[in-house]
Design a protein around this ligand. Structure first.
Ligand SMILES: Cc1cc2nc3c(=O)[nH]c(=O)nc-3n(C[C@H](O)[C@H](O)[C@H](O)COP(=O)(O)OP(=O)(O)OC[C@H]3O[C@@H](n4cnc5c(N)ncnc54)[C@H](O)[C@@H]3O)c2cc1C
Length: 386
């Protein structure tokens, strides 16, 4: 049992869940941990290579069924996200966007032909997907999106710009959400379609081991069958976000665990005033508080995962987990940084990288404020969004 698991929560995992976790942990130890500081510093990550390796292990769309997907439990998927993000939030984002956003949208709302065309290749990592909802002028309020899709004969013509899109510069297919005369609709857009361009967003101080881009759609003509037939209205992209947010609830715990394990090891070996940092009561108070928060977050994740596996998970419950676990993971990363002193700001240790990454995780997939509003609406029955 890990020293972090104060409440023996691992005992509620099945043997299969434990095995999946062990396999992903090993992969991260072998493939990501030794190199990720360099990727982060360079702002470059071998995302395509990683996707193929993750695909071999069945991590892409792993909680989906059919079309080459592993069909695992939501808890097993969550544990995989936790281990991936213990490596780096950017690496977990690659898997989340591929599986929970792009693949899930096609799996849930696509035609049989769209599923056959994209899902098996995405499950192996041969094809990369992205999910374009956010725009330069519309982030938290996607209902106001400006991207338009208009009918022209049997075709659709898309115009607009999507911003901050994970994987966009390396993607083969983008799930694009656009306003039509009938409301919001989704489209599976091959990235090599004429009029589609993806520009990489540089100078990110966070999630540097993840590729992020802007997609411009300049009179992009698509055949009628590019539209996802089952996606009607804004609730379709929001349901995809609920899927991905569940992974984030778990993933953030991974970043926090890596910070805590690094800090525990540092505090027991670094000596000041003639004793290890871990021997000071002030340090122990910090460590205890962080471990308590981590265990509470793990309980939340397990409960949400079990609800998801029972088919009972509601969006506001995911908001509870996303709000709490990311906020606490970021607080843990910042507190750990203080215990590492000057080394806390060094790239030789993973703590500041995790803290910087978690700033993005706090913002994407619904900011903390948006999740507070979701929970507030549930509690009061009053919407305070506008
Ligand atoms: C690294 C990274 C990767 C991303 N990947 C993707 C992706 O793959 N696909 C995608 O579609 N998007 C992606 N995003 C975009 C992300 O989802 C948005 O940034 C997020 O939804 C917030 O939108 P915004 O940045 O426009 O902020 P804004 O909506 O402008 O919000 C700014 C601030 O105002 C607050 N605010 C806004 N409205 C309210 C309100 N009603 N009440 C109180 N406070 C409010 C917000 O909480 C926030 O603090 C990514 C973002 C980042 C940083």
């Amino acid at each position: 049992m890990s020293a972090m698991d104060l409440l023996d929560l691992d005992s509620s995992l099945t043997e299969e869940e434990r095995q999946i976790r062990a396999v992903v942990r090993q992969l991260i130890d072998d493939r990501v941990r030794p190199q990720v500081a360099g990727w982060y510093e360079a702002g470059q990550v071998p995302a395509r290579e990683l996707a193929r390796e993750f695909g071999k292990l069945g991590l892409l769309g792993m909680h989906l069924t059919g079309y080459g997907c592993a069909g695992s439990t939501a808890v097993a998927y969550g544990l995989a996200c936790l281990e991936l993000e213990a490596g780096d939030s950017g690496v977990r984002s690659l898997v989340s966007v591929q599986g929970s956003l792009a693949m899930y949208a096609i799996w849930r709302y696509g035609s049989e032909e769209q599923k056959q065309r994209w899902l098996p290749a995405m499950a192996t990592g041969e094809a990369i997907g992205c999910f374009g909802l956010t725009e330069p002028d519309h982030g938290s309020d996607p209902a106001s999106m400006a991207t338009r899709a208009r009918r022209d004969g049997d075709d659709w013509v898309l115009t607009g710009t999507k911003m901050w899109i994970t994987n966009a510069p390396i993607a083969d297919v983008a799930v694009i959400w656009a306003r039509t005369d009938e409301g919001v609709r989704g489209f599976a857009v091959p990235m090599d379609t004429r009029g589609v361009a993806a520009r990489e967003i540089g100078r990110k101080m966070s999630l540097r081991a993840s590729v992020t881009g802007e997609i411009s759609l300049d009179d992009v003509r698509l055949p009628a069958d590019a539209q996802l037939p089952g996606a009607v209205g804004l609730k379709a992209p929001l349901s995809c976000l609920t899927e991905a947010r569940h992974g984030i609830v778990w993933g953030a715990l991974g970043a926090a665990r890596d910070c805590l394990e690094t800090t525990l090891s540092y505090a027991t070996t670094r000596t000041q005033f003639g004793r290890p940092l871990a021997g000071f009561q002030l340090t122990q108070a910090k460590l205890a508080d962080m471990a308590v928060e981590w265990n509470k977050g793990y309980l939340v994740a397990l409960q949400l995962g079990r609800l998801a596996d029972a088919g009972k998970l509601r969006p506001e419950q995911v908001s509870v987990g996303k709000l709490n676990n990311v906020r606490e993971a970021l607080a843990i990363a910042r507190q750990c940084r203080t215990i590492l002193g000057a080394n806390g700001v060094s790239g030789d240790y993973p703590v500041m990288r995790h803290a910087n990454n978690l700033e993005s995780v706090l913002t994407y997939e619904g900011t903390s404020e948006i999740h507070q509003l979701v929970i507030g609406q549930k509690l009061t029955g009053v919407s305070a969004f506008t």
